[in-house]
Design a protein around this ligand. Structure first.
Ligand code: UGY
Ligand code: MN
Length: 245
């Protein structure tokens, strides 16, 4: 119990949602699961991000009409049935399901899942998304701008059919973003491990595992992992489109 104290803040161009302030709410189709909306158009975002605790056997509700869905398994396992036969996604497994795809996602064991739903933005001549299933452990960590202490695993390929990027960023203790980023793309971020100091606009926050962040378009952003161990986060951005044009 934290009484009146909370690290959570929601501002015009960013939000930090700390786990101690989560309030789950029922969402149609997700019966039996504990569903916490972390990021939503209600706060100004162009997408939603949720943390869902699913008991074994529970199914996922449908994505909103016209939205692509990215699901990342934090713990437990999900069974995905889509075009081909069923596939099991364990911890670190993920799927991108394009809009309008007939599918089911069911917890084959009790699972915690991060779900990102994004209204799909088509481009002429390209297919409207593509089903992608992967495993974080299979994606190679690449140094960011040559810094081996800060690595990025790109979970999705960059291609015209896809309008989003989702990456895992890992920081050795003391590693930092090389400059204060400002970009039109939004971010949704979930800290998976470690401790960071993060700057959003003129505000500075300590972040730890379980904290979620929304960064709106052009929100200046910088961070440093202060240790003692490594830090890692899952980060979404809208990508490969004429954002805000
Ligand atoms: O991909 C990114 O924009 C990333 N470097 N941003 C961030 O970590 N805040
Ligand atoms: Mn960024």
């Amino acid at each position: 119990m934290t009484g009146p104290h909370a690290r959570t803040v929601v501002r015009r161009d960013h939000a930090v949602i700390a786990p101690e302030t989560h309030v789950p709410g029922p969402v149609p189709g997700w019966s039996g699961s504990e569903h916490v909306r972390l990021i939503s158009p209600a706060m100004g975002a162009g997408f939603s991000m949720s943390l869902v605790a699913m008991p074994a056997g529970a199914g996922a509700g449908p994505p909103p009409d016209g939205a692509g869905r990215f699901a990342y398994v934090l713990e437990g396992a999900l069974a995905l049935e889509a075009d081909a036969g069923p596939r099991i996604l364990g911890a670190g497994g993920y799927a991108y399901i394009p809009p309008g795809t007939a599918h089911s996602l069911t917890a084959s064991a009790a699972a915690r899942v991060c779900v990102i739903d994004k209204p799909y933005v088509p481009v002429p001549g390209a297919p409207h998304g593509r089903l992608i299933v992967g495993e974080a452990a299979d994606r190679p960590p690449e140094p960011m701008l040559g810094d081996p202490a800060l690595t990025v695993r790109q979970l999705l390929p960059e291609e015209p059919a896809l309008d989003l990027a989702v990456n895992l960023m890992a920081f050795a203790p003391g590693a930092a973003l090389p400059f204060v980023e400002t970009h039109v793309m939004e971010h949704g971020l979930l800290v998976l491990e470690g401790t960071l100091v993060y700057r959003f606009a003129d505000h500075w926050y300590p972040l730890g595992a379980g904290d979620a962040v929304w960064m709106g378009p052009f929100c200046p952003q910088w961070c440093c992992a202060y240790g003692p161990g490594r830090a890692e986060y899952l980060i979404y951005k809208d990508w490969n489109r004429e954002a805000g044009a």
